[in-house]
Ligand binder design. Structure first.
Ligand SMILES: [Zn+2]
Length: 359
């Protein structure tokens, strides 16, 4: 009370100063309250940052970014949850993202050491190449009880030798699927007459008969392994240490599902996931620096199959579709020429000529 009173008294003494101070305060208050344009101006300025911030995330293609980000580590081959129930949500991917992921993977694939130069986001130039990919299964003796299918899948060791001699005499150069993919994606040159030799199912005759013959001719081949029988040590199938030896001696190795019991394209997603993911895991576990390649059992696949392979970082896959024109746009759908066991050498020459000379 006393202080207030004293203040009032003092204030009264300096009334001219007090009056001007009050006037200034009042005018300021008055400005903000009574001047709508200023208020509007202020209120316009505040939302501006949020206004520009909002469109930004929608402009940046979110799926593309996450796709490439999640895919880069998959290339190092430590994929997948070990649980059988793979979350379907992660499997669902839009096709644009799939194509882009596929492109970046394949572009990076053939370089043995993962170079961190894969920053290019420019769409790859579509490229096609005429490269025959021959498809073999058994090479060797027929069992006495062989049925028509087994006969068709079995080329005798002598005939196989003759076919390799022909390719060698015709100056064909065997290449790996990785080299083809590298060419399709980057334009890296291929040898004059390139050819790819593939052997499905991982039978023990791949090691006993094919591997030595290829070495004799200075050729290389690509071998697609069925995970389960090899892992169980089933009779008639190649063993991991043999696969490793072949891989260390210039042979290329691919996966051919876990059991080969299912035509993947005709089965539900969860079964496909199991066949592909578990088969893939066995390859990753046994082969250091393995580059994921796939061969569809019985040539059967659908969009889900392609999506799963893309998710797992597969750079290429071979089908049973006949043809020799390979496209950079469909590296997971490479075409092959089936070599039949019942063919004479003349029939082999006829069909080889047919596929390699037709436009
Ligand atoms: Zn097969």
């Amino acid at each position: 009370m006393k202080i207030q009173k004293r203040g009032q008294q003092r204030g009264a003494l300096r009334s001219p100063f007090l009056l001007t101070a009050v006037a200034v305060v009042l005018s300021l208050v008055g400005l903000t309250q009574l001047n709508p344009p200023l208020a509007q101006l202020l209120s316009f300025h505040t939302p501006t940052p949020t206004a520009t911030a909002t469109p930004a995330p929608t402009d940046t293609p979110a799926p593309t970014n996450t796709k490439t980000a999640t895919h880069t580590p998959t290339r190092t081959l430590t994929p997948l949850p070990t649980t059988t129930q793979t979350p379907t949500a992660t499997m669902v991917i839009n096709r644009k993202a799939t194509r882009q992921a596929r492109a970046t993977q394949t572009a990076a694939a053939p370089t043995a050491t993962p170079t961190p130069t894969a920053t290019q986001t420019a769409p790859p130039i579509p490229r096609a190449a005429r490269v025959p990919i021959l498809m073999y299964h058994h090479v060797g003796e027929l069992p006495p009880d062989a049925d028509a299918l087994r006969k068709s899948l079995t080329v005798s060791a002598e005939r196989f030798n003759e076919q390799m001699r022909f390719l060698s005499a015709q100056d064909y150069t065997t290449i790996h699927i990785a080299e083809l993919i590298n060419h399709l994606q980057t334009g890296a040159p291929l040898p004059e007459k390139p050819i790819i030799l593939t052997f499905d199912d991982g039978y023990d005759d791949a090691y006993v008969n094919v591997f030595p013959t290829l070495k004799d001719f200075g050729f290389k081949g690509t071998f697609f392994i069925i995970g389960a029988p090899t892992d169980y040590g089933s009779p008639g199938y190649i063993r991991w240490e043999q696969i490793l030896e072949m891989s260390e001696n210039g042979m290329e190795i691919g996966a051919h599902s876990l059991t080969h019991r299912y035509n993947l394209g005709q089965f539900r997603a969860s079964l496909q996931d199991n066949e592909i993911i578990k088969g893939n895991q066995l390859m990753v576990d046994h082969l250091p620096n393995w580059m994921p390649l796939f061969s569809y059992p019985s040539g059967s696949y659908n969009q889900h199959t392609l999506d799963v392979l893309t998710q797992l970082g597969y750079v290429a896959a071979v089908t049973t579709k006949q043809g020799i024109t390979q496209s950079s746009e469909t590296p997971l759908e490479l075409r092959r020429i089936r070599i039949r066991g019942e063919w004479s050498m003349n029939q082999f020459l006829y069909w080889f000529n047919y596929w390699t000379t037709r436009p």
